[in-house]
Design a protein around this ligand. Structure first.
Ligand SMILES: Nc1ncnc2c1ncn2[C@@H]1O[C@H](COP(=O)(O)OP(=O)(O)O)[C@@H](O)[C@H]1O
Ligand code: SF4
Ligand SMILES: [Mg+2]
Length: 320
């Protein structure tokens, strides 16, 4: 049974070129489908601007899809702002990439963590106090930090506080959008370990978004590689690492340093970085793809079943 499922989801924004320019539709997310089972992690990886955060916001119900549907715990995502939506939001929480931006600078750590409990009317005052103390303990924050303000904490401590706040309402699913990207590499590992330990202990599912394939591999049961709003390869992280089938996944994997003799030769992508306002015809990756053939300019490759349970969108990859 899936907890969260997206079916053919697209998100189109109208953006203007210049102050008086005509609105141009920008397809930030284009026909994305996936599902996340309880307790499992789906990692979404791809370059900046490929639509990861937009996918996360649509999955959380903060934004409505322009096309397609989002289902959570068997029900269609309600309209933002309605009482049903607020109830659902208690079960679905966001861990933001910028902890300082996600926190209210005027509130102490304890007050930030208590806030969702107050909003959702969980427990009385004494119960909330106990719950906040337990949450801070769970994320490894010392009790004396509870009365500090966000700017008095280190980056890692802030991210722990944001996580405690996200866990307060006992969510079934976390959308973690670049949760460790702003942290030093040494602290990244600690926060990731804590996140996966808590996830396992509480059986929480996760949509883990990052531009960093190394990090995504560590935490995900399944990985979706995105390029210009579409999923181009999806499957088991170890299989994608060992033998990426899509040329874009291949380039991403090849950029990760590995000790010993390199198995995949480094592929440096040429051409302009992708721009959803100016989407290439056919396979959107064709201007940068070292293997492109003429069909790639004309036809959009559909995501289809390939070797070992993977889904791949490339004309040159054989269907399973
Ligand atoms: N609110 C918005 N209005 C217009 N364009 C947007 C909006 N949000 C995102 N975009 C555009 O959609 C594309 C995908 O953005 P985003 O989902 O933030 O990508 P990522 O998280 O992978 O970096 C980008 O080109 C971005 O400029
Ligand atoms: S469809 Fe063509 S351009 Fe796209 S990834 Fe495959 S080979 Fe490259
Ligand atoms: Mg983003």
């Amino acid at each position: 049974m899936s907890l969260l499922s997206l079916e053919g989801v697209s998100r189109v924004y109208a953006t203007r070129r210049g102050l008086f320019g005509k609105p141009v539709p920008v397809r930030a997310v284009d026909h994305v489908s996936f599902s996340v089972a309880p307790g499992r992690t789906l990692g979404i990886v791809g370059e900046s601007g490929c639509g990861k955060s937009t996918t996360g916001r649509v999955a959380l119900g903060i934004e409505r899809p322009s096309e397609g549907s989002v289902t959570f715990e068997g029900a269609t995502m309600p309209m933002p702002g309605t009482p049903e939506w607020r109830r659902m939001r208690a079960r679905l929480q966001l861990v933001h990439q910028d902890p300082l931006g996600a926190m209210d600078r005027r509130l102490t750590v304890a007050a930030q963590v208590a806030e969702p409990l107050e909003i959702h009317g969980i427990g009385d005052k004494a119960e909330r106090t106990d719950r906040v103390a337990a949450l801070l303990r769970d994320v490894g924050l010392r009790a004396d930090l509870a009365e500090r303000h966000p700017h008095e904490l280190s980056g890692g401590q802030r991210q722990r506080a944001v996580l405690a706040r996200a866990l307060a309402t006992d969510p079934a699913l976390l959308v973690a959008d670049e949760p460790v990207s702003a942290l030093d590499v040494s602290i990244q590992a600690q926060v990731i370990n804590m996140l996966t330990d808590l996830q396992e202990a509480r059986g929480i599912a996760m949509l883990f978004i990052s531009h960093d394939l190394k990090v995504v591999r560590q935490v995900s049961h399944e990985v979706a590689v995105m390029y210009l709003g579409r999923i181009v390869e999806q499957g088991d992280p170890e299989a994608i690492f060992a033998d990426p089938l899509h040329p874009y996944s291949r380039a991403l994997v090849s950029a990760i340093p590995v000790p010993g003799p390199r198995r995949i030769e480094r592929i440096v992508l040429s051409g302009d970085p992708p721009n959803p306002a100016d989407r290439p015809s056919g396979c959107a990756f064709h201007p940068r793809c070292p293997l492109a053939v003429s069909a790639c300019r004309a036809e959009v490759p559909e995501l289809k079943a390939a070797a070992d349970g993977r889904q791949v969108a490339c004309h040159l990859v054989e269907a399973a």
